[in-house]
Design a protein around this ligand. Structure first.
Ligand SMILES: Cc1ncc(COP(=O)(O)O)c(C=O)c1O
Length: 389
């Protein structure tokens, strides 16, 4: 494989993050030395099991929950699927609950799962609106509740516009009405407090690769007493809630990454917030007809998202890549034709304008010099694309 390109300025940390070298070190022994199956009774197996249970306690300390309430999964998507399908099917079977409440700006791991539950399994769903900044109104959640509501699912922070949702308030509404409340905290992991008691959540999904851990491992917090139908059946791993041999090295890595991220969160968040503000204000000052998407303050610290009118983000991203900058957009390019993001249209942006959505997400390795480089390059690129350069 080629050496990594050292000239690349990586500003797509919402997509994924590099694994912290300390996390790699923590994982290494679990491939070739402590490689036992965590279910085996001999000492190799018991060592693996101990490491996994230690990881579970580490995670539980961050989440302020009991270790037994943590289920390890293969990714954030699986955690979201297990939460939604698991609770929806269980509540339908036991209590004839057939209605799901979610927001209109969820990641597809939630949005497409709800759509499938509606189209293929006969559930009904309410997709809550959001305001211009991407915030859900807890009053809307309350008004959407029906006698047959099975589950409420609202994300903690949005992946496209960085908006932080009023999770504790939504959770208070759900608790008052006795309805299980799930939050997709994949983007918040490592950046915001994950105290499930303060957040009033019954289920919470995380994915390690968003906080400098490995890809392909996640977790689902499930509050004691919240029942769910397992999606994956087989062995009795994860207390019968998720069958399959546990990926011990990745689980160890995820716990190490989460602990580090939480320990460094306050200082790093403040640093990223300053870099992000410098990036946003400098770009808005230099690019005419551009605006910030998402809330100016209620947003993830490293998250900058802009709408640049009169350009197609896909072309801007290619030009940025040629200049050595890795960034992202809000629109998916399916079969060659860019489609506007469901998030930006839910925020009320014009679908054509939404094609100019750009997302720059900062992380640990980014410096002021990186920000200044993008501030120098991006306005030039936009000018050229608009045909003025
Ligand atoms: C908000 C949100 N939820 C869920 C996911 C899916 O996580 P994973 O990549 O671990 O499946 C992502 C990934 O981008 C995300 O941003």
């Amino acid at each position: 494989m080629n050496e990594p390109d050292t000239r690349t300025i990586y500003m797509d940390h919402a997509a994924t993050t590099p694994v912290d070298p300390r996390v790699v070190q923590a994982m290494l022994p679990f491939w070739t030395i402590h490689y036992g199956n965590a279910s085996s009774i001999y000492s190799l197996g018991r060592q693996a099991n101990q490491a996994m249970e230690e990881a579970r306690r580490t995670v539980a300390a961050v989440l302020n929950c009991d270790a037994k309430e943590v289920i390890f999964t293969s990714c954030g998507t699986e955690s979201d699927n297990l939460a939604l399908r698991g609770v929806a099917f269980d509540r339908r079977q036991r209590a004839k609950k057939n209605h799901i409440i979610t927001s209109s700006i969820e990641h597809h791991a939630i949005g497409h799962t709800v759509e499938q539950l509606v189209k293929q399994f006969g559930f009904e769903a309410t997709f809550l609106p959001v305001d211009r900044y991407g915030a859900v109104d807890p009053g809307d959640v309350e008004r959407a509740i029906r006698p047959d509501t099975a589950i409420i699912s609202v994300m903690y922070a949005n992946n496209e516009v960085g908006a932080i949702e009023p999770i504790a308030e939504v959770g208070a509404v759900a608790r008052r009405r006795g309805i299980p409340f799930h939050t997709d905290a994949v983007q918040a992991g490592g950046q915001l407090s994950l105290d499930v008691q303060a957040l009033n959540v019954d289920l919470l999904a995380l994915s390690a690769h968003k906080f400098y851990g490995p890809k392909g491992v996640g977790l689902l917090y499930v509050r004691r007493g919240t029942r769910l139908l397992p999606a994956q059946t087989g062995g009795s791993q994860e207390r019968g809630r998720r069958a399959g041999t546990e990926n011990v090295p990745y689980i160890v890595g995820m716990a190490a990454a989460l602990e580090l991220a939480q320990a460094e969160r306050t200082a790093e968040g403040a640093r990223l917030g300053r870099l992000r503000d410098r990036l946003v204000s400098s770009l808005l000052a230099r690019i005419p007809d551009a605006e910030l998407t998402g809330h100016p303050a209620q947003r993830l610290p490293g998250h900058a998202s802009l709408l640049i009118r009169g350009v197609e983000a896909q072309s801007v991203l290619i030009a940025l890549d040629l200049a050595g900058v890795a960034a992202s957009s809000g629109s998916a390019c399916a079969s060659g034709a860019p489609t506007p993001s469901h998030v930006l249209t839910a925020l009320g942006f014009d679908p054509t304008d939404a094609l100019g959505a750009l997302r720059l997400t900062l992380g640990k390795e980014n410096t002021e010099a990186d920000v200044d480089f993008v501030v120098a390059k991006l306005p030039e690129i936009v000018e050229r694309m608009r045909g003025n350069g």
